[in-house]
Design a binder for this molecule. Structure first.
Ligand code: MIG
Length: 635
C-alpha cells in the first residue's frame, strides 16, 4: 500500500507517475517536527534492522551508521566519508522488525541521518516546507520495492548493443585515435561495440558541434564505424558556450531559454568551454528545444549519448572570481600568517561548485522565477528528460543509448546512469557492487561504474578484476581520466586475459538482456542484496560483497589485490561456475563458506540448484552473436 502525504505546494518533479490522493501530514505515521522551516521525521531502528536504498550513494548496501545528503554533487573523490555523490535518489526501505519504504519527493536538500547521531534512530530532514512523502507498507521488502517501482513508471530500455563492451577515455580526440582503439581491440580479439567521444571531439567544447580537423566528414566516419559494428558515443555537457554566432547560444539567448539571475539577466559560469549559459531544462519549452539539438548528431548516424556536468558542475562564476581576486589583491605584500594563508587558499579552492553560485541561479517554472537551490536535484534529470523526450518522439523506445551523470528518480524512465568519477582503487570495485541494487530500487536498471577506475593509474590486475564485475553490469564501460595510464585491455601485457573476460560478457548477453527486460517489465531488481532472498540467514543478511543476479545466479567478484580468489558465502547449495573465454568449469558447492580460486582471466558465477542460464558463442560484436545456437548452462 502506498500513502502520499503532501505539505504546502510541492514543485512538480514528475518522479511518480501513479495518480494518488494526497493525505495531510497530520496523519503522518512517523514522529515529526518543524525546525527553522525544515520538516524532520524520525523512526526507530531495532538491532538487526537493515536500511536499504538511496541509490547512487556512498558506503554500504545497508545504509545504517552514516549520514547522507541528497544534493547532486560534482565530486570526484568517492571516499567513504562523503555524504553526497552525483545523484539524489530519495527512496529508503527498512527491513527487519518492521518493513516499510519511504520516498521523499523533494528536489532540494534532504539529510538522511541513518543512525549517525543516535545508533537506533533515523532522522530525515527536509530542507523546505513543500514536499510529498510516500510511505509504502505491506509485504516483503521486494514487494514494497516493486510497488514503488510501479508508482514511478517503467525504466528506460536501451538497445541490445548497449550490452556490448564499451571503451572510453578522456579523450580519443580524433578519427585516427578512435581507429587505433578499434584496431587494438580487434588485434587482441577483445570484443567491442562502442567507442566514446569525450569533450575533445567538439569544436571548442561547444555542444552539438564536431571539430572538423579531427573528423573532416563526421557523418561518413560514423557510417564507416557502424559498418564495422562500432557505435560512437559522444558526450554532451550541460553548459552552452557563450560565443557570438554559435547557434545554440544565440537561440537560447534570443528565446530566454537560459537560467537567469535575480535581475533577469542570464546566469553565467565557467566550465570547459569558458563562460557558459545553462539551459533552463525545468521549462518544457526549453527541453523541447534542447532535445531537438541532439538531432544534429543523430542525423550523422549517432545513436548513443552520455550527458555530463549536469549537477550542474560550475568551475567558477565571474562574481566568484572577482571576489577571490579582490581578496588576493588585498593581501598583496602582506605577511600571511597561517590562518590568512589557508583562508586565501580556501577562497580559490571554493570557487568551483560554490553554494553562492547555485544560489544565484533562477528557473522559470510556469512563469514564476524559482531559486535553483529549491530545485537543484532536478537539473541533470531534466536535461536527460529533454533528450529522452526527443528520442522517444523521433525514434521510439529501445533505439538510443543514453545515460547521465546527475539524476533524480523519474529520470530512470528516460535514461540510465553511470556512477561518475571513481578511482582506480580496489575499494571501488565493492563500491560499484553496493550501488547496483540501490540504483535498481530507485528505477535505474541501466547503470555501471567506470571499469578500471576513472581517476589515477590503474594496474592490469585491477582492470581485470573490475571487468569481471562489469561483465554483469548492464553498462560495461572501461573509462579513464585525462593524464592517467592507458587502460584499454590491449595496452597491458597478455591481452588474451582481457579477451577471455570480455568474451564471457558476450556469451552472457542473451541472459543479461533477458534478465534486464524481465526486471523492467516486472518493476523488479536485476541485482539484489542476499538478504532480500534469504532474510532469515544471518550471514546472508550481512553480506556486502556478493549479489543475487536475476532468479538464477549469484555473483561474487574478487576485489583485492595479490589474492588468488576470495571467500564466498553460499546461502544454499549452488554450482560454482568459472567462465573464461569459451571455457567453462563447474563445481557443485554446498551451502556455507568456501574459499574459491579465481584466476585473473576468469569470471566467477554461481548458479542456484535446479536453475540454468543460456550461453551463446562469443563474437567480436553483439550484432554478430548467433542467438539461435544458445547452449544451456545448468547448475
Ligand atoms: O570535469 O569530459 O565524469 O567521465 O571524462 C571533468 C571529461 C568532465 C567528467 C566526467 C568524465 C569525463 C570528464 N568530465
Amino acid at each position: 500500500m502506498i500513502t502520499k502525504y503532501t505539505h504546502g505546494k510541492p514543485v512538480p518533479t514528475e518522479a511518480v507517475t501513479a495518480v494518488l490522493p494526497s493525505q495531510s501530514p497530520d496523519s503522518f505515521p512517523f514522529a515529526c517536527e518543524w525546525e527553522n522551516g525544515k520538516f524532520r521525521f524520525t523512526f526507530p531502528m531495532a538491532d538487526g534492522d537493515i536500511v536499504y536504498g538511496l541509490g547512487e550513494a556512498p558506503r554500504g548496501i545497508n545504509k545504517r551508521g552514516w549520514v547522507y545528503e541528497s544534493y547532486c554533487s560534482d565530486d570526484p573523490f568517492h571516499t567513504e566519508t562523503k555524504s553526497s555523490l552525483y545523484a539524489a535518489h530519495n527512496f529508503i526501505l527498512l527491513s527487519g522488525s518492521r518493513t516499510f519504504g519511504v520516498f521523499v519527493d523533494f528536489p532540494a536538500r534532504v539529510r538522511w541521518d541513518i543512525g549517525y547521531t543516535k545508533a537506533d534512530t533515523a532522522v530525515i530532514t527536509i530542507d523546505g516546507a513543500d514536499f510529498d512523502i510516500y510511505v509504502l507498507t505491506d509485504g516483503a521488502p521486494r514487494d514494497i520495492i516493486r510497488a514503488f517501482r510501479r508508482a514511478i513508471g517503467k525504466s528506460y530500455l536501451p538497445p541490445l548493443w548497449a550490452f556490448g563492451y564499451q571503451q572510453s577515455r578522456w579523450s580519443y580526440p580524433d578519427a585516427a585515435t578512435v581507429d587505433s582503439v578499434i584496431e587494438g581491440h580487434n588485434a587482441a580479439g577483445i570484443p567491442l561495440d562502442c567507442v566514446y567521444l569525450d569533450i575533445d571531439y567538439m569544436e571548442r567544447y561547444k555542444d552539438f558541434t564536431v571539430n572538423a580537423d579531427a573528423f573532416p566528414d563526421f557523418a561518413a566516419y560514423v557510417k564507416e564505424k557502424r559498418a564495422q559494428g562500432i557505435h560512437l558515443i559522444p558526450i554532451i555537457d550541460a553548459g552552452v558556450k557563450k560565443e557570438d554566432g554559435y547557434s545554440v547560444y544565440e537561440e537560447g539567448r534570443a528565446n530566454g531559454y537560459f537560467c537567469k539571475k535575480e535581475d533577469g539577466s542570464d546566469f553565467e559560469a565557467g566550465v570547459w568551454p569558458g563562460m557558459c549559459r545553462f539551459p533552463d531544462f525545468l521549462n518544457p519549452e526549453v527541453r523541447r528545444w534542447f532535445g531537438e539539438k541532439y538531432k544534429t548528431l543523430t542525423d550523422c548516424g549517432i545513436d548513443g549519448f552520455w550527458n555530463d556536468m549536469n549537477e550542474p558542475a560550475l568551475f567558477y562564476s565571474a562574481e566568484g572570481i572577482e571576489k577571490a581576486l579582490d581578496e588576493a589583491a588585498s593581501l598583496k605584500g602582506e605577511n600571511l600568517d597561517l590562518s590568512r594563508f589557508f583562508h586565501l587558499k580556501d577562497v580559490f579552492m571554493g570557487l568551483s561548485n560554490a553554494q553562492e553560485d547555485y544560489a544565484r541561479i533562477y528557473h522559470n517554472i510556469g512563469g514564476t522565477l524559482v531559486n535553483h537551490q529549491r530545485v537543484h536535484n532536478l537539473y541533470g534529470a531534466s536535461m536527460t528528460k529533454a533528450a529522452g523526450e526527443y528520442f522517444q518522439r523521433a525514434f521510439g523506445e529501445g533505439k538510443i543509448l543514453m545515460f547521465s551523470r546527475a539524476s533524480y528518480i523519474g529520470a530512470h524512465r528516460s535514461a540510465g546512469i553511470w556512477f561518475g568519477d571513481n578511482h582506480s582503487w580496489w575499494s571501488h570495485i565493492l563500491l560499484n557492487l553496493k550501488m547496483l541494487p540501490a540504483a535498481n530500487m530507485c528505477g535505474f536498471l541501466y547503470c555501471g561504474a567506470d571499469l578500471g577506475g576513472f581517476n589515477e593509474n590503474a594496474t592490469r590486475d585491477l582492470v581485470l578484476r573490475f571487468l569481471a564485475l562489469g561483465v554483469f553490469t548492464p553498462l560495461m564501460r572501461n573509462h579513464a581520466a585525462l593524464g592517467t595510464r592507458d587502460q584499454e585491455g590491449y595496452r597491458f601485457e597478455n591481452p588474451a586475459d582481457f579477451r577471455d573476460v570480455v568474451q564471457v560478457r558476450y556469451r552472457l548477453v542473451p541472459y543479461l538482456y533477458d534478465t534486464f527486460v524481465k526486471a523492467r517489465e516486472n518493476d523488479d531488481l536485476i541485482f539484489r542484496p542476499l538478504s532480500l532472498d534469504y532474510p532469515d540467514d544471518k550471514i546472508a543478511r550481512e553480506c556486502e560483497t556478493q549479489l543475487m543476479l536475476g532468479e538464477e545466479c549469484m555473483i561474487a567478484p574478487v576485489y583485492e589485490q595479490n589474492v588468488s580468489g576470495r571467500t564466498v558465502y553460499l546461502p544454499e547449495d549452488m554450482t560454482f561456475v568459472k567462465l573464461s573465454g569459451e571455457r567453462v568449469t563447474k563445481q557443485p558447492l554446498a551451502k556455507g563458506l568456501h574459499y574459491i580460486d579465481v584466476a585473473l582471466n576468469e569470471v566467477p558465477l554461481f548458479i542456484k540448484k535446479g536453475k540454468s542460464i543460456p550461453l551463446c558463442r562469443p563474437a567480436m560484436r553483439t550484432g554478430e552473436l548467433d542467438l539461435s545456437s544458445v547452449e544451456t548452462l545448468c547448475s
